[in-house]
Design a protein around this ligand. Structure first.
Ligand code: ADP
Ligand code: MG
Length: 326
């Protein structure tokens, strides 16, 4: 027979939309000191919209959007989908692009009309060793300041024949800043994308604090300025809470390890493929909403809805089942 405690817990959790995969995870949730949230899709809606486009000196904004949409046309990333959709609504189909290559956690590149272009965030610019021209600084600062993600369109030069015909050989060129034809990469323009904070996220965080969670943390591949703006919006407290920004997908679990090394018990909340190792490493892994299969597999607890307030529900369930046990 199933012990009474477990059957009660199971009935309560099912009603609350909490799927318990690992009963020990529920038990540990009661003692968690830090809750680490993935930003995109967990604390924010994960549905981006284009909020602004600016061209560098002599480059038209429409041209920037047109080329960026072409380069992004083969990418599944939510930022890419937003650019393509926005361009489609305003101008119809994007130009034809070929020889796509993704730079994981940084951006993508492709050939349009015989020329090579890349689209990506600050990490891409660092990798290429280029900076946005000064005339774009004002817009970029204003966009980042209000929490928008900023992507840049970079001209890499003409696509050489060997690059077009041999994708893998081209990665040698692409890992540094020089273009196939030897010219220097140049930022042609920038695009701002906004992703709304989930209205329930602020409440979810306040609830966890009220339940005695010491530290709230957020992790993202996004730029530091964007992450800090979102954190401020969510009521993060400086010096106590924490923001891990510009983290490459493969390094997300290192943030969990970092918190654990400081003696904290960590619950990680996420939905994406790249959250899976972090969910597995955490003391409690919580997959949220219509998360990816990998995320669900790696988590001890799965929330049926995408509402981050469910995390506080898991903690309450943990306390309630403990009381019933003693
Ligand atoms: P998150 O951790 O927020 O889910 P990702 O690791 O998916 O973010 O992406 C991190 C950053 O890499 C993005 O903020 C963006 O700057 C850049 N990036 C990733 N994919 C693309 C893409 N298809 N086009 C442009 N930029 C991209
Ligand atoms: Mg994500």
């Amino acid at each position: 027979a199933i012990p009474l405690v477990i059957s009660i817990t199971t009935a309560v959790s099912a009603k609350a939309g909490i799927l318990v995969k690992d009963r020990l995870a529920i038990e540990r949730m009661r003692t968690v000191d830090a809750v680490l949230f993935d930003k995109t899709g967990t604390l924010t809606k994960g549905e981006h919209t284009v909020a602004g486009v600016s061209g560098a000196e002599g480059v038209d904004g429409d041209e920037v959007l047109h080329l960026a949409a072409a380069v992004e046309s083969d990418s599944e990333h939510p930022l890419a989908r937003a650019i393509v959709a926005h361009h489609g609504r305003a101008h119809g189909e994007a130009a034809r692009a070929s020889d796509f290559r993704s730079r994981t956690g940084k951006g993508v590149e492709a050939t349009v009309d015989g020329k090579r272009y890349a689209v990506g965030g600050p990490a891409l610019l660092r990798e290429l060793g280029v900076e946005a021209p000064p005339e774009l600084d004002g817009d970029i600062d204003a966009w980042s300041g209000r929490g928008a993600t900023v992507l840049h369109l970079v001209a890499l030069g003409s696509a050489s024949n060997d690059r077009a015909s041999n994708g893998s050989a081209s990665s040698d060129h692409a890992s540094n800043g020089s273009a196939p034809d030897g010219s220097e990469p140049r930022v042609l323009g920038s695009i701002a994308l906004e992703d709304e904070v989930r209205p329930e996220a602020r409440q979810a965080i306040a609830d966890l604090r009220a339940q005695g969670v010491q530290k709230i943390a957020m992790i993202t591949g996004d730029a530091r300025a964007v992450a800090e703006a979102v954190a401020a919006d969510l009521g993060f407290v400086e010096g106590r809470d924490e923001v891990f920004a510009e983290v490459l997908p493969a390094d997300k679990d290192q943030a969990v390890a970092d918190l654990q090394r400081r003696g904290l018990r960590v619950a990680m909340v996420g939905d994406g493929v790249n959250d899976a190792p972090a969910l597995a490493r955490a003391d409690v892994g919580i997959a949220i909403g219509a998360g990816t299969d990998v995320a669900i597999e790696s988590a001890g607890v799965v929330l049926a809805s995408s509402d981050p307030r469910g995390v506080g529900g898991v903690r309450r369930l943990s306390k309630a089942s403990y009381r019933k046990m003693i």
